[in-house]
Design a protein around this ligand. Structure first.
Ligand SMILES: [Fe+2]
Ligand SMILES: [Fe+2]
Length: 278
């Protein structure tokens, strides 16, 4: 399979990144409000987060191309939801929509820490102490302004970004409703359902699967097969509705075929069981 092209976002190249996004999604970003775009810019400044989203978009484009000639049509709307949903799902890592610049930057810097630790046992206090020691005081007081305290577990803090994604996209303008729902639901398997979704669309399922596949492969550094097996286990374990489960598993099967020979990741066969939830 042909290697997908991946964009390397750099602070000075934000414009270029945004133009490439327009090309990929077919969406005129001028229609999207500056509040949303400025958050996207924040993500692209020196963080790996936007890179992950662009990776997921590249995976989606490769996926569409692979199935182009076969009987597996995604509508234009579905494709747009998948691409744009992948791009915007983590925009909430910049905090709530009404966050001050300082609070936004504090929250983003915490999400940017790409270290391996137990998110279920580590609380914010211990996390800051270990990884952002010199900023501990500053970040703690910024978080206190929105009633987040040091004893909150990092797993809980981590999942807050789904709610903030919904908040930012709903308050801004120009993002289609289906995309907002898909982006905000990307941690639904972990019990985060800020948009109150009852049935996930096929496109929303793809956003979830691509986010998790990329997180396992890039940050977890596992092989294609290990990432696919992990996704299947996760769906088996977390999905109770039979029809939902079937659609998820069918999409994973398609991803397995489409991605098995791709070489967009430079990972080896290292198995890492950390929590890389995207
Ligand atoms: Fe996420
Ligand atoms: Fe993500």
């Amino acid at each position: 399979m042909k290697e997908f092209k991946t964009i390397e976002p750099r602070a000075t190249e934000n414009r270029k990144v945004l133009m490439e996004i327009e090309q990929k999604t077919g969406l005129n970003l001028k229609l999207i409000s500056p509040q949303i775009l400025s958050r996207l810019n924040m993500l692209s400044n020196g963080s790996e987060i936007l890179k992950d989203e662009l990776h997921a978009m590249d995976l989606a484009l490769g996926f569409f191309k692979f199935y182009e000639k076969q009987e597996f049509p995604f509508s234009v709307e579905e494709k747009r939801t998948i691409l744009l949903g992948s791009l915007l799902s983590d925009i909430g890592k910049t905090g709530p929509s009404d966050a001050s610049e300082k609070l936004s930057a504090s929250i983003l810097n915490m999400y940017k820490v790409d270290k391996h630790f137990n998110i279920h046992t580590t609380d914010i206090h211990a996390f800051l102490n270990e990884f952002l020691n010199e900023k501990q005081k500053e970040y703690t007081s910024a978080l206190n302004t929105i009633n987040i305290n040091g004893d909150m577990k990092m797993s809980e803090f981590f999942h807050l970004h789904a709610k903030w994604t919904l908040d930012i996209l709903k308050r801004g303008k120009g993002v289609p409703y289906d995309t907002i729902v898909a982006a905000a639901s990307h941690h639904i398997l972990e019990g985060e359902n800020p948009a109150g979704v009852i049935k996930l669309s096929r496109a929303a399922k793809m956003v979830i699967l691509l986010d998790k596949y990329d997180a396992r492969r890039r940050r977890g550094m596992v092989t294609h097969q290990a990432a696919i097996d992990w996704l299947k286990d996760r769906i088996e374990e977390k999905t109770t509705n039979t029809a939902e489960k079937e659609e998820f598993l069918e999409l994973i099967l398609k991803m397995d075929t489409a991605f098995q020979n791709s070489n967009i990741y430079d990972s080896g066969a290292k198995i890492n069981n950390g929590e890389y939830l995207g």
